[in-house]
Design a protein around this ligand. Sequence first.
Ligand SMILES: NC(=O)c1ccc[n+]([C@@H]2O[C@H](COP(=O)([O-])OP(=O)(O)OC[C@H]3O[C@@H](n4cnc5c(N)ncnc54)[C@H](O)[C@@H]3O)[C@@H](O)[C@H]2O)c1
Length: 258
Amino acid sequence: MARLENKICLISGGASGLGEAMVRLFREEGAEVYLGDIDAARGEAIAEDCGAIFLPLDVSEEDQWVAAVERIEKDRGRLDVVVNNAGILGTGPLETIDVARWDRLFAVNVTGVMLGCKHGGMLMQRNPGGSSGSIINISSNAGILATAADCGYSATKGAVRLMTKSIAINFARRGLSIRCNSVHPGPTDTPIFEPWRSNEKASAQLDATLREMVPLGRLGQPREIAHMALYLASDDSSFSTGSEFVVDGGGTSALAGM
Ligand SMILES: NC(=O)c1ccc[n+]([C@@H]2O[C@H](COP(=O)([O-])OP(=O)(O)OC[C@H]3O[C@@H](n4cnc5c(N)ncnc54)[C@H](O)[C@@H]3O)[C@@H](O)[C@H]2O)c1
């Protein structure tokens, strides 16, 4: 039996990379999937290809979350899974930080996740038969160990890690059956790194740098991260909440250079 049969899922940032892999895997596992993204062209094409539904969604805008969740409630009357996946890189190191970029980064990577938990969680509380659901926040292994190279990214991903625990405890203490967990991928082969692939040499250098961070010696593939989201979306993870799930080829296990 498919692992997400009859589940209604909303995946933000589903038009590329990890989000696209989740949209496709969740569809294969029987879910009804709403794909929210700012990239309507790619989002609509992927949705059409795999039978998902595209929703225009800038995760940093609360009114757009309200509209997305209202649409799902009108269509389906319930919501079972939210994956807060949309995210962007970064500010660079401390000495170069531009405050406008810092603010945008926090708006997308932190406020966007909070709003998904808030509005997704409110519909999950109204699910017929009582509250239920699973919220999956995509952090990073850079939310557990810091990089000097991107101060803002580490700060936002660390914020997602602890925000997830706060929200999980909030739901649990209020007697709600809504779980909330974070996923911490290591370097994974997605278009997020495109700005650093301006030519072949830069791209090879980037790959070498990323591989060095991974004891398994390679970048992750988006589907390898999507499988963790699938586990957390499914009832197989029913006793997990407030927890962090690392999928990083061993990156956070090794002392530097050892
Ligand atoms: N790729 C990696 O190595 C890696 C590692 C750790 C964590 N992550 C995290 O995984 C998530 C997905 O990353 P990816 O590598 O698939 O990136 P990606 O750039 O391939 O895809 C990101 C998607 O998010 C969308 N998006 C950007 N801003 C948005 C907004 N304001 N509202 C809605 N959608 C928006 C983009 O249009 C795009 O479709 C991010 O949160 C990222 O920080 C990625």
